[in-house]
Design a protein around this ligand. Structure first.
Ligand SMILES: [Zn+2]
Length: 127
């Protein structure tokens, strides 16, 4: 467990914990999301929450993760039924990746959404 999770905070990073319920990686003793205390250390293959993005950003992120060969799971927050009622543009995508890919995927997210803000452009290609 020597790996750096986000690269943002150096220093006191002795170990991280994993909540199976929320699929979050965190450094506290309890899950900061559900306050569940039955957490464990993450293992390779654990599905970890990566990020939540709006509809447009989710599509962009999917493309880049595919290009980079990072396997991911996308779950839309509202789901198809709800999205039909309110329109898919209002739905949000939650992304999960395997623990061993989390660092790579986090770097993709950081780069991607920093880049979009700087360039103010979007990829034109569509599938
Ligand atoms: Zn939790």
């Amino acid at each position: 467990m020597e790996r750096c999770q986000t690269g943002r905070k150096g220093g006191e990073r002795d170990k991280v914990m994993y909540c199976e319920k929320c699929k979050r990686i965190f450094e506290e003793e309890k899950c900061p999301v559900c306050w569940h205390s039955q957490v464990r250390e993450p293992e390779p293959g654990d599905l970890c929450f990566l990020t939540e993005q709006d509809y447009v950003s989710s599509g962009i992120l999917e493309d880049v993760l595919k290009q980079d060969g990072i396997p991911y799971l996308r779950k839309d927050v509202m789901g198809a039924g709800m999205a039909i009622k309110v329109g898919p543009m209002l739905d949000r995508g939650r992304f999960y990746v395997m623990y061993e890919k989390l660092t790579d995927a986090q770097a993709v997210v950081d780069e991607l959404f920093t880049g979009i803000r700087e360039e103010a452009g979007q990829p034109a290609d569509q599938e």
